[in-house]
Design a protein around this ligand. Structure first.
Ligand code: GDP
Ligand code: IMO
Ligand code: MG
Length: 430
């Protein structure tokens, strides 16, 4: 039975939402297992665009069970707003959404910490987080003493627990440079507010680890929806310019509780070029007219923060690394149409570091900062691809470009996307 994972292989926003929505038709359960409201996944259904942060992109098919597993950090307020938005637009969110009682809760102080740390470290290059409290919440999870899991919100001692954490957090915020009038935490109010959220979420809360283990053993078809991209992985990405969870393929077992051996198909998602939001090195960045052209055509502005995304050429060194790291079986190349007008295209096939050519992705961010990309230039196709639906109809130069990506990454391309809509998809012949 297919158990599939969908993993972004760059710095996020590879159009995972579109692919998850497409593949949901072949699955019974769709699972988000890491990240939180830092994610923004776009699904276009019948010309209508939906932005999802916490809810799995399988939600548009009511017969599919959607699961938010324990590895996710959950902001109950934004989750409820997302549920209300979807139901208001006619999408069913009821028993078809299940949330792990193990998921850690993003609380008001996590937003303060995200902001204060950014201010404190502002002298150097900032990580440029989404300011959704993601890093601080994961930090509390690892630190344990000040963490709150969703299941804790249903315990009688929840208000006392919040009061106790608030006292500690006031000291921590002051230590991070908050002025007295910036420290507005009120334990009683927070416990009351979050108690209300917990009551509304109660029908969805379950032990999703047990549910998913039963499901794999029963041979159910499960789809794991990665958030962010493998280059933002806390352990294997461009540290410290990363997110705080395992956003490469290695995150599936830890975030969901389902052993990796059950995953039978890994689909790696790539843009036909590269983008990045936030700080950190980006060897193939085009901070010039080409980058702006890609930004305009690809509407490359953050789904969550609306920040302009940094744009550049396809980096095959980075993508080959993340393809291997995530155990990818096949590739989906997205937003190919964005390159339609360019007369020529570059692909980075190696880096030059200290006078030597390398094809391994450097482990230290300062080395990555110093590499010079080695480019191969391919002719563009200068033809509109957005209405194409068959591989055989692609312009010859587009076919050649895709073949070169596949060759460099040593994996077949199963899907090519030429527009945001479900229909604007080309399934490649095997
Ligand atoms: P995700 O976070 O990986 O789900 O990706 P985002 O939703 O943040 O960003 C991808 C953007 O590209 C969204 O606005 C999609 O609607 C859009 N998109 C998806 N596939 C295509 C495509 O093939 N061509 C174009 N032009 N846009 C696409
Ligand atoms: P999706 O799932 C692109 C980036 C932020 C920042 C870094 C750390 O839509 O692909 P964080 O708030 O997680 O502590 O920020 O990670 N980032 C993303 N970039 N797509 C995302 O998600 C991202 N989630 C986080 O811009 O550089
Ligand atoms: Mg996104």
């Amino acid at each position: 039975m297919p158990v599939t994972s969908v993993i972004g292989l760059q710095w996020g926003d590879e159009a995972k939402g579109k692919i998850v929505d497409l593949l949901t038709g072949q699955h019974e359960i769709v699972v988000r297992y890491q990240g939180g409201s830092n994610a923004g996944h776009t699904v276009v259904v019948g010309g209508e665009s939906f932005k999802l942060s916490l809810i799995p992109s399988g939600i548009f098919r009511p017969s599919v069970q959607c699961v938010i597993a324990g590895g996710v950090v959950l902001n109950p307020k934004s989750l409820l707003a997302e549920i209300d938005d979807l139901t208001g637009r006619g999408v069913q969110v009821a028993e078809n959404l299940m949330i792990s009682d193990r998921a850690h809760v993003v609380l008001p102080w996590h937003f303060d910490e995200d902001r204060l740390l950014d201010r404190l470290c502002g002298a150097g290059e900032a990580i440029g987080t989404t300011m959704r409290g993601i890093g601080p919440c994961y930090r509390d999870k690892v630190g344990r003493s000040l963490a709150v899991r969703l299941g804790d919100m249903y315990r009688d001692d929840f208000p006392q627990r919040i009061e106790q954490i608030v006292e500690a957090k006031k000291k921590i915020l002051a230590g991070l440079g908050a002025t007295p009038d910036e420290i507005t935490l009120d334990g009683t109010k927070i416990a009351e507010e979050y108690g209300g959220y917990a009551a509304r979420l109660a029908p969805h809360v379950a032990d999703t680890t047990a549910y998913l283990l039963d499901a794999v053993e029963a041979g159910k078809k499960i789809l794991f929806e990665g958030a962010q991209g493998a280059l933002l992985d806390i352990d294997h990405g461009t540290f410290p310019f990363v997110t705080s969870s395992n956003s490469s393929g290695v995150g599936v077992p830890s975030g969901s509780g389902v052993p990796g051996r059950h995953v039978t198909r890994v689909v790696g998602i790539l843009k036909a070029y590269t983008t990045r939001v936030g700080g950190g090195p980006f060897p193939t960045e085009q901070d010039n007219a080409t980058g702006q052209h890609i930004r305009d055509r690809g509407n490359e502005y953050g789904t969550v923060t609306r920040r302009p995304r940094r744009c550049g050429w396809f980096d095959a060194v980075a993508a080959r690394y993340t393809t291997r790291l995530s155990g990818v079986d096949e590739l989906a190349v997205m937003l190919l149409d964005v390159l339609d007008e360019l007369p020529e295209l570059k692909i980075c096939t190696a880096y030059e570091l200290n006078g030597k050519q390398i094809t391994d992705f450097p482990s230290h961010v300062e080395d990555l900062r110093r590499v010079q990309p080695v480019y191969e230039t391919l002719p563009g196709w200068q033809q509109d691809t957005t209405s194409l639906r068959r591989a055989g109809d692609l312009p010859e130069n587009a076919t050649k470009y895709l073949a070169r990506l596949s060759q460099l990454l040593d994996r077949p391309i199963g899907i090519v996307s030429v527009g945001p809509d479900r229909e604007q998809t080309i399934l490649m012949e095997k």
